[in-house]
Design a protein around this ligand. Structure first.
Ligand code: SF4
Ligand code: SF4
Ligand code: FES
Length: 361
């Protein structure tokens, strides 16, 4: 065993750990659930929400499992009466200035609300509600992202994501005490900031305080997820299309990323992948091959007819002017396999090296 590996104990169970790991990381690997709100595997731990507090033998206070680094022989308890009491008080404090529904639970937007889920498992201490002091923000006219300050728990996942993942810093925590809120410089609308409208702040928000404006909220009950590859560029990001309606009338109503750690994009998307899905159902979209007839007009054709017509046309040019009169331009919207085949057609079939792809410039 390398000197960086050692054993610790979680809830009396021996667990192998590595220097530098947090209690949360070791527990997650061992299948031990520690609730979190401000934690995101893509971000540096912030220890902001205090939901993940655990008992560490020898420590007087409860410590944040998401940020506490393990050391050899450490003994940790993740469930106890003391931790239960802490969670009840903590959830009670969050709910006291949170927007609640008729059941006294945190309101849920289309993005879900993890605080609501936690409050349903551990009954929060009933505390006198306080008026949410973060109202009175100027309306943000951007077409994609809405902020619901009364649902915000100031966990700073959105601002840290914007800084650590996007490296954009368009949003930040502003003001102090009960006036603290998420803000842009000068409270400008996101369109007047450095924001790239990636929507990652929406995805990482644990309470649904950041909401997508474009999609129905909530989505219809029949919405189903379809995993696919984004075709806006060649990176190959995976998308979850939220499809509503039945065959023939089905429509994409929302696009999200698979969760962090599952696919190549690690939970991230750009503005195009997340928001630019209107083209799918646009009336101008070409959905079948077209061949220009002798009348000069485009006429629908089968794929076989269209491919045969293109091959015949290319063959005629080669015959008359030589192979280098032809040029092939591929696209970064195609897959690597499709781009490979394009150069194969150019070089092996028509005998020219005139092959180009837009991302090569
Ligand atoms: S949309 Fe992206 S760039 Fe804009 S504030 Fe959110 S995380 Fe930052
Ligand atoms: S908007 Fe969401 S992610 Fe940002 S601080 Fe508030 S609760 Fe956290
Ligand atoms: S998840 Fe650990 S403090 Fe928020």
């Amino acid at each position: 065993m390398s000197s960086n590996r050692f054993d610790i104990e979680i809830n009396g169970k021996a667990c192998s750990a590595e220097k530098g790991e947090t209690v949360f990381e070791v527990a997650a690997r061992e299948g031990i659930n520690i609730p979190t709100l401000c934690h995101d595997t893509r971000l540096e731990p912030a220890g902001a929400c205090r939901v993940c507090l655990v008992e560490v033998e020898g420590q007087r206070r409860l410590e944040p499992g998401c940020a506490w680094k393990v050391s050899e022989g450490m003994k940790i308890t993740t469930e106890s009466d003391r931790i239960e009491r802490h969670r009840k008080v903590l959830y009670g404090l969050y709910l006291a200035d949170h927007e609640l529904d008729s059941e006294g639970l945190p309101v849920e937007t289309g993005n879900g609300n993890q605080l609501r889920e936690l409050a349903m498992k551990t009954e929060p201490l009933a505390l006198h509600p306080v008026e949410a002091p973060r109202a009175g923000r100027p309306a943000d006219e951007n077409p994609y992202i809405r902020f619901e300050p009364d649902l915000c728990i100031l966990c700073a996942r959105c601002t840290r994501y914007c800084d650590e993942v996007e490296a954009v810093n368009a949003i930040t925590l502003a003001n102090r005490g009960s006036q603290t809120t998420i803000a842009t410089a000068g409270m400008r609308g996101l369109l007047d900031t450095t924001c790239e409208l990636c929507g990652g702040c929406i995805d990482t928000c644990p309470t649904g305080a950041l909401v997508e404006k474009k999609s129905p909220d909530p989505l219809p009950a029949d919405a189903r997820k379809v995993r696919t590859t984004c075709n806006f560029c060649g990176v190959g990001c995976q998308l979850d299309l939220h499809v509503v309606g039945t065959n023939g009338t089905s429509r994409v109503a929302k696009v999200t990323s698979p969760p962090p750690g599952e696919t190549v994009n690690d939970g991230n998307l750009c503005i195009k992948g997340r928001f630019a899905y209107d083209f799918i159902h646009h009336e101008d979209r070409i959905t079948e091959p077209l061949i220009r007839g002798e009348d000069g007009e485009l006429h629908p054709a089968t794929w076989e007819e269209a491919i045969a017509a293109a091959a015949e046309g290319l063959g005629k040019v080669k015959e008359k002017y030589g192979a280098d009169a032809l040029g092939f331009v591929s696209s970064s919207r195609c897959t690597g396999e499709e781009n490979y085949l394009m150069q194969k057609i150019s070089r092996a079939v028509y005998g020219t090296n005139n092959i180009h792809q837009c991302s090569a410039t």
